[in-house]
Design a protein around this ligand. Structure first.
Ligand code: PLP
Length: 380
């Protein structure tokens, strides 16, 4: 089955009791049993819920995975995954990481004895050099937020092979429509479902998918033991959002390309970070592992002044100044003071998050209107 068909059909079946074509919102905490131990597969909604179950199957199918689990947020999904590790285990990740992922690694899990290394992942060799007998996980985010760096998933898989190292990919930016890390050899994919999978800026949710039976069994054990599950209503909303995933991402890509090119030719703009440009450092890898380049774009301004960036994010009218991304509406953000404020200045500047960096989540409005808005916001 191709991805558009899966987006609409995977995981969902007409309701057995009524024939309802849409999976009902099973707003229930518990399920009546016929006798002790005689139930219909559902005992308690932390452990399992039919609406959530349909969504978990849908997201797993989109990523060509056997198992999926949904959580109350993307970070709650990461929380579950890191809990598979033990004190002393080491994780290698990128120095250009979503701020919240950096924060949970550094301020929550380091306390429990898990060691995190942040390296420049543009070169596979930098990761290879950090691997030792304690390395248990390579954590990849690609494209990265907000620098749009592309990390070579196959390259990372090749250095982890045969070493008992889990390769995990935060696939939030690419979505399963543009990239399927498990097909490239990764062990686990994580999503902030809040973003493109939900797609309508109305839900906070996370997901993990895997085809590895051992990881899956730990994932479900921790999901049930720690309890960071998502709600039936939210599961319903995301099931609905996913039905248009393929159409939405096509338009995000088209609009993204138009806006990236516009910015590249604008006299006030210095650098434009978008993996679709041939000049992008890892454009070739992006072309190999992705099916399109998406609608996330970052750019810097000539002169690199903080006040210029702050003026522009205020002057836009159609783009809304907000954190988050991946919804149908266009958003604009200033990473240094917003999403990446929790990362020390010297650390963030090293990875390119300078004062004039502006990030766009290009929505699916008409491109002409978006371009017009950027034009007026960039005019002096
Ligand atoms: C938003 C985001 C997260 C965190 O997800 P939440 O749903 O906000 O908890 C993780 N990784 C990336 C790349 C994100 O954009």
């Amino acid at each position: 089955m191709k991805i558009g068909t899966k987006a609409i059909h995977a995981g969902v079946h007409p309701d057995e009791a009524t024939g309802a074509i849409m999976t009902p919102i099973y707003q229930t905490s518990t399920y009546v049993q016929d006798g002790v131990g005689k139930h219909k597969g559902y005992e308690y909604s932390r452990t399992q819920n039919p609406t959530r179950h349909a969504l978990e199957k849908s997201i797993a199918a989109l990523e060509n995975a056997k198992h999926g689990a949904c959580f109350g947020s993307g970070l709650s999904a990461i929380d579950c995954l890191i809990k598979i590790l033990n004190p002393g285990d080491e994780v290698i990740s990128t120095n250009d990481l979503y701020g919240g992922s950096y924060r949970i690694f550094k301020t929550i899990f380091e306390k429990y004895g898990i060691v995190f290394h942040f390296v420049d992942m543009l070169k596979v060799q930098n990761v290879e050099e950090m691997i030792n007998s304690k390395t248990k996980m390579i954590w990849i985010e690609t494209p990265t937020n907000p620098m749009m760096n592309i990390i070579d998933i196959k390259g990372m898989v090749s250095i982890a092979k045969g070493k008992d190292i889990m390769v995990c990919v935060d696939n939030t930016f690419a979505t399963p429509y543009l990239q399927n890390p498990l097909d490239l050899g990764a062990d686990v994919v994580m999503h902030s479902v809040t973003k493109y999978l939900g797609g309508h800026s109305d839900v906070v949710m996370g997901a993990l998918v895997t085809s590895d039976e051992e990881i899956a069994s730990e994932m479900y054990r921790i999901q049930n033991s720690s309890g960071g599950v998502t709600a039936p209503m939210d599961s319903f909303l995301v099931l609905r959002g996913i039905k248009t995933l393929h159409i939405r991402i096509q338009r995000h890509c088209e609009n993204g390309e138009k806006i990236a090119k516009f910015l590249k030719n604008h006299s006030r703009v210095d650098k434009v970070y978008w993996p679709g440009f041939e000049s992008h450092v890892n454009h070739e890898i992006a072309k190999n592992q992705m099916r399109g380049f998406g609608g996330m774009i970052s750019f810097t301004l000539q002169g690199n002044r903080l006040e210029d960036a702050l003026a522009i994010v205020k002057k836009v009218e159609l783009f809304s100044l907000a954190e988050s991304l991946g919804g149908v509406e266009s958003l604009i953000g200033h990473p240094a003071t917003m999403t990446h404020a929790s990362i020390p200045k010297d650390v963030r500047e090293q990875s390119g998050v300078v004062d004039s960096l502006i990030r766009l989540s290009v929505g699916i409005e008409d491109a002409e209107d978006l371009l017009e808005d950027l034009e007026q916001a960039l005019s002096n």
